[in-house]
Write a protein that binds this ligand. Structure first.
Ligand SMILES: [Zn+2]
Length: 467
């Protein structure tokens, strides 16, 4: 009897970093690994024209590596177009998913409405998905703990292993059994930066036969965490001496909590001169409460460095942290002239409360702005970093006098050395397929791994692997 065919179609995040999605077909099941949103370019037009290259109703199972929108953002569209199976993810991801999807779809709908206002009504673009689709998506979610094994059908099982990337991030390990032959397929999702705080180390793919892995930073390493924290500490000291505030645009999930952790570390070392820390983002506050819920799963060694006091609440990690949920509380921050750190979204300054703070702080040379995340082309954050002056915010021209800093050491992704180390934990003879990276980064990583004698391919979109 011939062995069952196993077929993997590489669909998204092929030779680029967004739209993670791959289709595994085996033993009569069609399983989607991630269902991410392609990002960049004219997002409204791209979504209006978007078509899945498979029938969403034919998919039995989705396994989600983590909640980032480039891995999860098209789930509501999949559901809207007929998906009626199970979406498996970790329990952390299951709690984060509605928060992130609501934010993403909310921004999409607002952008679309703004865009349609300038269009004759006959040509208005209709939304391809909306908030009811987000609610329906949650109904299909089945939350799993790390490392529990789920049998999908005879001969096919999987487990989710910690990827150390963001809260709830997982490596998907699939086991395929055909007669006496067993093969293990590992999909890395996004792999964490071993230096980043609060997350655990990624589980190694020891018994993998096939690895589909990300290569976002396949061509470089990150700065060390010690350098980053020293630089951060210096900026805080300078701001205190100069009599101004520090404003930090940060992503609601991950980076905001990481910044709070570093501030807590400095606070307990007696090295934090500021008296008030504000987390001024309703979404980041929601995420903080999810961090509290999963406090026991965070990296306990990192937590022990901050405080000897046992606390099960993430928000209590930093005693001077204030959570400002309402817009009145947010506006009140503007009355504080110095001694405060304000963490607010959006991370790239293309919306959110940070813009209101910028209207007050950018024109004042006492204040400091610290960029702790990637700033994409076309965003206000990028324009500021590139030295544009003046800048436009909400229609007003603002002359930038505040002191701007970029802290490059924060990254939730493994650097090149970490990627190579993770990949090489696999047994000899393992085959590698590199995805989720710009072509240059993937080629450099390919050469690195091939140098060690590994078989490494960079699949193109729609490429099919049979084994
Ligand atoms: Zn990610």
């Amino acid at each position: 009897m011939p062995l069952l065919d196993a077929k993997l179609t590489f669909i998204g995040a092929c030779q680029q970093v967004t739209g993670s999605c791959h289709l595994l077909e085996f033993a009569g099941l069609r399983i989607l690994l991630d269902c991410g949103m392609p990002q960049g370019g004219d997002q409204l037009r791209n979504l209006a024209d978007f078509k899945f290259c498979f029938n969403p109703g034919s998919i039995d199972v989705v396994i989600l590596s983590h909640v980032h929108i480039d891995h999860s953002g098209l789930l509501p569209l999949l559901v809207r177009q007929g998906f009626d199976g199970v979406i498996y993810c970790t329990e952390q991801t299951a709690e984060l998913l509605p928060v992130l999807l609501k934010d993403s779809i909310g921004l999409y709908l607002a952008d679309l409405e703004r865009d349609n206002r300038h269009r004759p009504s006959a040509k208005a673009i209709l939304p391809v998905m909306d908030l009811t689709d987000v609610e329906r998506t949650s109904l299909y979610v089945q939350a799993l703990t790390y490392d529990s094994t789920i049998v999908l059908t005879e001969g096919l099982s999987f487990s989710l292993q910690d990827a150390g990337h963001i809260l709830g991030s997982a490596i998907i390990r699939m086991e395929l059994q055909r007669q006496e032959q067993r093969s293990v397929l590992v999909f890395s999702g996004d792999l964490g930066n071993p230096q980043s705080v609060l997350m655990n180390q990624a589980v190694l793919p020891i018994d993998a036969d096939i690895i589909v892995m990300e290569g976002t930073y396949g061509d470089r390493d990150h700065k060390t965490a010690a350098d980053t924290i020293a630089e951060f500490s210096q900026i805080l000291a300078d701001a205190a001496k100069g009599g101004g505030n520090v404003y930090i645009p940060a992503f609601a999930l991950g980076r905001s909590q990481e910044v709070i952790y570093f501030l807590a570390m400095l606070y307990f070392q007696g090295l934090l001169p500021q008296r008030m820390i504000f987390l001024d983002s309703p979404m980041a506050i929601d995420v903080v409460s999810i961090y509290s819920h999963f406090f026991a799963t965070l990296n306990q060694r990192d937590l022990a460095k901050v405080s000897k006091v046992v606390s099960a609440d993430f928000e209590r990690l930093l005693p001077i942290l204030r959570l400002t949920r309402t817009s009145e509380q947010s506006i009140a921050i503007n009355r504080i002239a110095d001694g405060a750190v304000v963490i607010a979204g959006s991370g790239m300054c293309n919306g959110g409360r940070i813009l209101h703070h910028f209207r007050h702080c950018l024109a004042n040379d006492h204040h400091h702005v610290v960029f702790v995340g990637f700033q994409a082309q076309g965003t206000l954050g990028r324009r500021l970093i590139d030295g544009q002056n003046p800048v436009r915010i909400h229609g007003d021209e603002i002359h930038v006098k505040a002191q701007l800093h970029t802290l490059g050491g924060f990254s939730a992704h493994a650097g090149q050395t970490d990627l190579v180390r993770w990949a090489q934990a696999a047994k000899p003879g393992c085959r590698y397929f590199l995805v989720h990276g710009e072509m240059r980064a993937l080629e450099v990583l390919q050469a690195k791994l091939q140098h060690h004698g590994e078989a490494v391919a960079i699949p193109y979109p729609q490429e099919v692997l049979h084994w």
